[in-house]
Every structure is written in structure tokens, then in C-alpha cells.
Design a protein around this ligand. Structure first.
Ligand code: 8YV
Length: 325
């Protein structure tokens, strides 16, 4: 018998065919009121879930007594209550590695776009305001040779360090839970305390997961340690930062600018002050959003789900304590 699963993210035809060959798929694409009602109706029989960007809390998963596995199409797992899943022996998998390089590319796109004011000045051209040679009023700031500060030295942080060190000749500073000697060797990186990094870096980049320990890590006090000519980059999760404090620091030019791909609430509110600040480059959570990478992530999630439903250990198991061989 094919196990019933619920898919809450559209897959490519080939991956959909692969899932349908092995499972009985219910596809829910729109997670509005109707979609959520459909999801709740499908949960009682569901053995597996596959998707992303949906908080699957206990209230929802209590509706799924037969659930065996969740395959998240993401590396971040802050949408899941891992203790709850482990108590119920529900296997949670994610898709690390396949998105590392693409997300680090996004980080550097934001570094360059923010430092060189690319969006603001491209819009000046588009708005037919380029009427004379660009002068100091429109100058940006250099990236090459500047100090790249990375908070969170995991896979994506390392990929960012690689780009900065080899690509732009940037001294790499980093802060993480534990020092990383290999990273220091490969990129001549220097481990600093959080306060020292915030004071010394020209670019402060967040590449750490959202956890109970990192939520609100960067508040008004931390932002006040940054220099007026430094730039803040966030490609991790919006809730790692006190967004109101960041808005005030940007509005009062206590930092030069910010490149943000993630926000406390997404989509970003239409009346967010961040949308009115010229020194902000805001992108709609596009960290891993390329055709190639999202297909690779979905393929990885399908592999993880089919393995889990077959009683095997998925390659990217987030909660190994839930696995019974
Ligand atoms: C997207 C991400 O949320 O992987 C993550 O944790 O934040 C992004 O890649 C995800 O890819 C949505 O499918």
C-alpha cells in the first residue's frame, strides 16, 4: 500500500512522478485559509509531510497521529518543535549542503549591492535621473580589502569566508559557538568575541540558525558597537535581530547601511520603515532561490522522505534520537 503523504510545496514533474510512484500524494499549494483547511483534513492519515516555510507546531501535528517523517525543503529548522517530534519519533530531515554556495552568493550579492548602492543608483538611471557625472553624493564604499565579520561559522559562513578571502582579499573575522581552527587555517580567519567583532568589522554578516539562544542576539546594544561606516548583512533569520533597533540605527545613520534577505515577519509588512530607507537593500528571502538549487533541495527532500518512510535513516536527519533502526 502506498503511504499517504502531504506535499505543501510544488515539485518539478520528475520529482512529483517519483513521489507518486512510491506514495499517495496530496498536494496543497496554497497555504491560505482553504489550503490550511485541506491540510488539517489530510493530516489524520498522513505518514509523511514535505515542504517548507510553514510552522508545524504541536497543535497542528497533534492532528497527524500516524505521521512518521517530515522532509523540510530548507536548511533552517526553526519551523519545527524538535523535542516534540523526537518524543513522537517523527523523523525530521532538512537539505543542508546543496544550498550552501547559492546562499553564500546571495550574501555577497547583498554585501556588494549595499556597499556600492547598486539598487539605489540603478533606480536613479531607471528613473531617468542620471543627468550628470556621478559625484561624492552618490559614492558607495569599497568591499575589497575591507574586514569581513561573520557571526555563525557553519557551512554558509565558511562559504562566505571563502569568497571574502580568495575573491576580495578581505581579512576574515568570525564569531561562533566554538573556534574553528580549520577555518582559521584556510582563510587566515581570526576568532573574536561578539563585541569585538561588531566593533572591528566593516561588514557584519549573520549566518547562524535561529534558535532559543540566537533569537534577539543582535539588539540595540550590539548595533551600537558597530561603526558609522560599517554595514550589516543578514542572510540567516530575521528574528536573530531586534528589527526595530536596526531600523533606528539605520534611520539615525549609526551604521552605513544594511543588506537584508530575512525579516522578523515575512513577507515584510508593506508599511515597514525598512522600505523607506535609502541605505537598505531588502530582498524577499532569496537565499537559496535559484532554479538549480531549489531543484536540488527538493530532490534531497524527496530522497529523505522516501528513505524515512521505508524505515531507513534519512541522509540529513535533524533528530537522530528519534530514529529506531
Ligand atoms: C528557504 C531557507 O526558506 O533553507 C532555508 O532555511 O531559509 C531558504 O532556503 C527555503 O529554501 C524555502 O524552501
Amino acid at each position: 500500500m502506498k503511504k499517504p503523504i502531504v506535499l505543501y510545496k510544488r515539485l518539478s514533474p520528475s520529482l512529483m512522478a517519483r513521489l507518486q510512484a512510491h506514495t499517495q500524494v496530496t498536494l496543497i499549494e496554497d497555504l491560505g485559509d482553504d489550503g490550511m483547511a485541506q491540510l488539517r483534513a489530510a493530516l489524520p492519515e498522513a505518514r509523511g509531510l514535505l515542504g517548507a516555510s510553514l510552522k508545524l507546531d504541536a497543535a497542528l501535528l497533534d492532528l497527524a497521529p500516524r505521521l512518521e517523517a517530515i522532509a523540510s525543503v530548507s536548511v533552517g529548522v526553526d519551523n519545527y518543535d524538535i523535542d516534540y517530534l523526537s518524543r513522537r519519533r517523527i523523523l525530521l530531515s532538512n537539505t543542508p549542503d546543496v544550498l550552501t554556495e547559492t546562499t553564500a552568493d546571495t550574501g555577497f550579492a547583498l554585501i556588494l549591492a549595499t556597499a556600492r548602492r547598486v539598487v539605489e543608483l540603478a533606480n536613479l538611471v531607471r528613473d531617468r535621473q542620471w543627468t550628470r557625472n556621478i559625484g561624492p553624493l552618490h559614492f558607495g564604499s569599497d568591499v575589497h580589502g575591507k574586514k569581513l565579520g561573520i557571526i555563525g561559522m557553519g557551512r554558509i559562513g565558511e562559504a562566505l569566508a571563502q569568497r571574502g578571502h580568495f575573491g576580495f582579499g578581505m581579512p576574515v573575522l568570525y564569531h561562533s559557538q566554538t573556534p574553528k581552527p580549520e577555518v582559521e587555517r584556510r582563510f587566515n580567519a581570526r576568532y573574536l568575541g561578539l563585541r569585538e567583532l561588531l566593533q572591528e568589522a566593516d561588514f557584519v554578516c549573520l549566518t547562524l540558525p535561529l534558535t532559543a539562544q540566537t533569537q534577539g542576539l543582535i539588539g540595540a546594544g550590539e548595533l551600537a558597537l558597530m561603526r558609522p561606516d560599517s554595514i550589516f548583512i543578514n542572510i540567516s533569520r530575521g528574528k536573530v535581530v531586534d528589527e526595530q533597533a536596526l531600523i533606528e540605527a539605520l534611520h539615525n545613520h549609526r551604521i552605513r547601511g544594511a543588506g537584508l534577505d530575512v525579516f522578523e515577519h515575512e513577507p515584510l509588512a508593506m508599511d515597514s520603515p525598512l522600505l523607506s530607507l535609502a541605505n537598505v537593500v531588502a530582498t524577499p528571502h532569496i537565499g537559496s532561490a535559484t532554479h538549480e538549487t531549489r531543484e536540488a533541495m527538493a530532490r534531497c527532500a524527496v530522497d529523505n522522505l522516501l528513505a524515512a518512510l521505508a524505515g531507513e535513516r534519512p541522509s540529513n536527519l535533524v533528530n537522530p534520537q528519534a530514529y529506531q533502526h
